[in-house]
Design a protein around this ligand. Structure first.
Ligand code: Z5A
Length: 214
């Protein structure tokens, strides 16, 4: 199946919302339909980005400055766009990306208090103007998401933040949905996995038929 242009689809959500699970299912489905795609994630997606990810998520004795944290997420993104996402879009592939600019706006801009407008500008700079064609925000009560995530592994540095921090993230995503209703959609992540998947595929198929007639 050939596309007339590349498509960047980003997946956002609080801890344990089900992004990783959903991306696997979506990738399997789109591949079975013959679409060329890559799966990737942030922070990470490149060798440099994975090293930055380790730095960012490990527990540390050092109190990490929110400014340093922001710059590290942006450095990972800049490399990721230059080395992986940009070239894949040029090759007219679908890029399924686990988190992108909206996470930085919610976590660093809102929850860390660095400012939504300022962080939005920094994100546009780091991502070199590349923007998602579609963002699926997996919406879940933070307490449910955290308990799901804890079932499978230990909490990382950011997950260990307070519940009010995670609630702030959710509220910010709801306001991003109001600001960008044609790009960022809420998907109810408290539903069974099969329903989350079918809701997501409906939005993705709609995007493909709207943007990519060949
Ligand atoms: N961060 C940031 O601050 N600024 C930035 O700019 C960026 C990121 C890019 C790393 O993200 C951290 O970096 C993250 C935000 C911050 N920190 N926090 N907190 P990450 O995406 O790598 O980590 P994560 O959000 O913690 O992902 P996760 O815990 O791996 O969650 P997930 O991928 O959304 O969920 P999952 O692994 O698919 O599912 C979790 C469990 O739930 C698993 O057992 C599933 O089988 C189960 N599951 C999934 N869906 C369902 C449904 N529908 N029902 C029941 N059970 C389900």
């Amino acid at each position: 199946m050939r596309l007339s242009s590349g498509l960047l689809i980003t997946f956002e959500g609080g801890e344990g919302a089900g992004k990783t699970t959903l991306i696997e299912e979506v990738a399997r489905q789109l591949q079975s339909e013959g679409y060329p795609l890559i799966k990737t994630r942030e922070p990470g997606g490149t060798k440099m980005g994975e090293e930055i990810r380790h730095l960012l998520l490990q527990h540390s004795d050092t109190k990490v400055s929110p400014y340093a944290e922001l710059c590290l997420f942006l450095a990972s993104r800049a490399q990721h766009v230059a080395q992986v996402i940009g070239p894949a879009l040029e090759e007219k592939k679908i890029v399924l990306c686990d988190r992108f600019n909206d996470s930085t706006i919610a976590y660093q801009g809102a929850a860390r208090g660095l400012g939504i407008d300022r962080v939005t500008d920094f994100c546009a700079f780091a991502s070199q103007g590349v923007e998602p064609n579609l963002t699926l925000y997996l919406d879940i009560d933070p307490a449910i998401g955290l308990s799901r995530a804890q079932r499978t592994r230990a909490q990382d540095r950011i997950e260990s933040e307070t519940i009010s921090f995670h609630t702030k993230i959710r509220e910010t995503f709801h306001s991003l949905h109001r600001a960008y209703p044609h790009r960022l959609y809420l998907v109810d992540a408290e539903q069974p996995i099969a329903k989350v998947f079918s809701d997501a595929m409906e939005l993705i198929h709609r995007l493909i038929s709207r943007e990519c007639h060949v």
